[in-house]
Every structure is written in structure tokens, then in C-alpha cells.
Write a protein that binds this ligand. Sequence first.
Ligand SMILES: Nc1ncnc2c1ncn2[C@@H]1O[C@H](COP(=O)(O)OP(=O)(O)OP(=O)(O)O)[C@@H](O)[C@H]1O
Length: 232
Amino acid sequence: MLRAVNLHAGYRSGVPVLHGIDLDVGAGAALGVIGRNGAGKTCLAQTLTGALRAIDGSVLLGGDDVTAKDSRARVRARLSHVPEGRMIFADLSVQENLEVAAYGAGVKLGAAELRAVQERFPILERKAHDRAGSLSGGEQQWLAIGRALVQQPRAIVLDEPSLGLSPVAIDGLAEALVGIRQTGVALILMEQNPYLLKAVCDEVLLLDQGRVTRSLDGEAGEQLVAEAYFGG
Ligand SMILES: Nc1ncnc2c1ncn2[C@@H]1O[C@H](COP(=O)(O)OP(=O)(O)OP(=O)(O)O)[C@@H](O)[C@H]1O
């Protein structure tokens, strides 16, 4: 569903950060990307979703080459982004945040679509009319994922969604992401938390200085991920 082929990219300074990334995640599958601070996870998330332009290589969504499309066009092609830091609109209500996200994707947010997201994350119904900035960090993460879901994505790229969450909230996040996978959405999860990766992903890529240095399958487990990542 979402593929990167020989992807080279960097931030606007022009210094290359990614040096030839290949990845492929199918519908209903989840691919993890783990790497130290500065490995290039955010650069990869932004290049996949169109916030940054590739220097070379391609991004394909459902077989279509979207490399030349900007982030807005990619959202409309059903590729959603849950950015690092959540990036919700703090001064809008929870429901308005969902409405804006759906509008940006060219999707009508009817009562049934709203209910589907609220059933997955009941807090988004209980606090529908609260200011989004008044939510706790964990609640804001549900809203950030809810914003992606109302866009009716075929694939979602999530950038460090566990950041700042308690262990209990991370368990809830894992459960939610597995539930989303089961609806056929492809997930790419940039993460530093091996336990979340183990719970959600079939395969985890190790990113080091902009290159994939290893690929670990789900059976390898969090122990192997942690050993490889922490250099054990
Ligand atoms: N806005 C920017 N402009 C230029 N260089 C940047 C920018 N943001 C990050 N970098 C550099 O690009 C490289 C990759 O950073 P990136 O944030 O993509 O890594 P990351 O794996 O997401 O790290 P973290 O886990 O700390 O968020 C690093 O060397 C970083 O210093």
C-alpha cells in the first residue's frame, strides 16, 4: 500500500539525511522504524507524507507515484500523518479539530463517520466540545490519531506517538493501533519504544544515520529490537 523506493531526502538546509530508504507496507500491515535521536525518523515521516520533498527516489501509495504531490494532495490520496508533537489546534474544540482534518482530506464528516471515531476513542465524544488544548497529553494523542482516522486513510504514518505517554496509555495506544490495522489500514510507526513496536508491528527496520541497517521480524520480539537498538 505504501512504498518508498531508494528514498533520499533532507531538511530545507539541503543537507541529506536519508540515504536510499526502501520500505513497503501492505494493507492491514504495520511496519516499525526504530532509531536513535537524529537517525532520521521524522525526516522519513515527513518525506513519506509530503511535508518534505524527496531529493531522489519515489513514494508510492497503492501503486500510484505520489512523489511529486504535496502533503495536502497526499492526504486527499488517503495518506495521513500523525506528526511528532501531535500538532492539534489547541484553541479549537475536539470536534472542530476532527472537522478540520476531514475537510483537509476532502472527506465529509457525517454523524456516522464521527460516531465511528468516537466509538474507538470515547474521550473524543465525552470532550467533544472542550478546547483541545485543555486535554491531557494522552488524550491529545487520541485526538491526533482520531484526526487521521476521519480522513479515511489507506495508510497512516505515525511519528513517535508514545512520546510522553504513561505505560498504561502506551498499552491503550498499542490496542488502538492493532484495531486500526485490522480495518485494513497500513501503518508505519516511527518509534523508540520497543514494546509498542513489538505489540503492533510485523516487521521493524533499524534506522541509523539515514540508512536501514537491519530488519527484524515480529517473532524476533522486543528483546532483539532492544538489543540491536541499544547495542547489546
Ligand atoms: N529542521 C531541520 N533542519 C535541518 N536539519 C535538521 C532539522 N531537524 C533535524 N535535523 C537534523 O536531521 C537529522 C535527522 O533528524 P530527525 O529529527 O529526522 O531524526 P529523528 O530520528 O526523528 O530524531 P528524534 O528521535 O530526536 O526526533 C539530525 O542530524 C538532525 O540534527
